[in-house]
Design a protein around this ligand. Structure first.
Ligand code: PMP
Length: 400
């Protein structure tokens, strides 16, 4: 039957409805600030967004968006190839290329279409793609569309990457290698110095998705490759405007001049409407701010360390090092749902992550911090987890 494959999801939805819990697509009724909202009738601290620098509510970004809407209208009503290329889009392309010190940039309507489109287009039938096993869905979708031979290397494992490149022999130096800066679910950072060294030894082209690391890592906020000092080894940087830049959209930058030809071969660039000018304008302003205000990044890391240390000292299984994404790994689905609900009742809105969105078979309570969180808000999040322990919903080693 056509609909049989949806039975598992329908069963899960029925279970959630019976337990009166709505962790997916919970509706935000009001946004009070970058870190607070009213969700399902409750005032909550937003602790599961990707608003790493809090810029979604920056008055300068809001003003830029308002002015652009007044000047350009609400939407472009066309793709970049047709009628949707405005000077705003071009200006952002120039600025994002300058930000990365590269010559070429493409701006996409979302981060998903940027990564997916690039992965689907860079390699094709007859080519080989080597991707991290824990890659984001946009990468997986893209590589499947590419028609290339797809080989996964073990997550964040440069030795495994080297082994697989070695096996490819002569084909290694034409391989597309894909990694991410910070991984979205566990907040772990790719070992980019080692990955770059492997690439130097065997050849290939490195595509790096800095979605969660742009604005977060590196001296000027360019991301994980900048922090690792290996930017020259990266052929293509991709990223999104929906996280530290607080808007929506995506990009790819490169010093390969071929990017200008590739642009016109990407379906998800050609066949979708370009971003509205208001989004582009707020993104341009946010890019200016992250360059001018490195203190935002410092504040983000203070908060990241505070949350990580707090959850770790409760004995929760949180991953090896502090990061703006702090995930608590859970093994039991039912208990994870109970914890999510209890956190909501305590005024803390985190992400409930289930496989396949979580990298293993585990369930996650994914917390993320923003530079805009106050220390008191971080402490409230920690206290909410502490009360999960008190009530026995979660235990020190793991909520089994
Ligand atoms: N790449 C990665 C690694 C991501 O985590 C995400 C979003 N979570 C995307 C791409 C897609 O970005 P967007 O949501 O802005 O479309």
């Amino acid at each position: 039957m056509l609909f049989d494959k949806f039975q598992t999801m329908a069963g899960f939805q029925a279970e959630l409805a019976e337990r009166k819990v709505e962790p997916f697509g919970a509706v935000t009724e009001k946004i009070l600030s970058a870190t607070e909202g009213v969700v399902q009738g409750r005032n909550v601290i937003l602790a599961g967004t990707n608003n790493y620098l809090g810029l979604s509510f920056d008055p300068r970004c809001i003003k830029a968006a308002q002015d652009a809407a007044a000047r350009w209208g609400t939407g472009t009503t066309g793709s970049r190839l047709a009628n949707g290329s405005f000077t705003e889009h071009q200006a952002l392309e120039t600025e994002i290329a300058q930000f990365y010190g590269k010559d070429h940039a493409i701006v996409f309507s979302t981060g998903y279409t940027a990564t997916m489109g690039m992965c689907a287009t860079l390699a094709g039938p007859g080519d080989v793609i080597l991707l991290d096993a824990d890659s984001h869905a946009s990468i997986y979708t893209g590589v499947k569309l590419s028609g290339a031979e797809i080989i996964r290397y073990k997550h964040n494992n440069p030795e495994d990457l080297a082994k697989r490149l070695r096996r490819l022999g002569d084909r290694a130096n034409q391989t597309l290698i894909i990694a991410e800066g910070i991984y979205s679910m566990l907040g772990d950072v790719a070992p980019l110095q080692e990955i770059a060294a492997v690439k130097r030894e065997y050849g290939g082209y490195l595509f790096l998705d800095e979605a969660h690391s742009m604005g977060v890592l590196g001296e000027t906020g360019r991301g994980a490759a900048q922090a690792a000092g290996v930017e020259a080894d990266v052929d293509f940087f991709a990223g999104t405007f929906s996280k530290s830049l607080g808007a929506v959209g995506g990009f790819c930058v490169s010093s390969h001049p071929e990017l200008e030809a590739i642009r016109f071969c990407i379906s998800s660039y050609i066949f979708t409407a370009s971003s509205s000018p208001s989004i582009i304008a707020s993104t341009r302003e946010a890019l200016r701010i992250i360059t001018a205000e490195p203190q935002l990044r410092e504040r983000l890391w203070e908060n990241a360390n505070r949350l990580y240390d707090g959850l770790k000292s409760l004995g929760l299984p949180v991953g090896p090092s502090a990061s703006p994404v702090v995930a608590v790994e859970m093994e039991n689905r039912s208990r994870t749902i109970d914890c999510w609900k209890a956190l909501m009742e305590a005024g803390v809105y985190v992400n409930l992550v289930i496989p396949p969105a979580s990298p293993s078979t585990n369930f996650l309570l994914r917390n993320s911090v923003s530079a805009a969180h106050t220390s008191a808000q971080i402490d409230t999040i920690i206290a909410a987890y502490a009360s999960l322990k008190t009530t026995g919903l979660i235990t020190s080693t793991q909520a089994a």
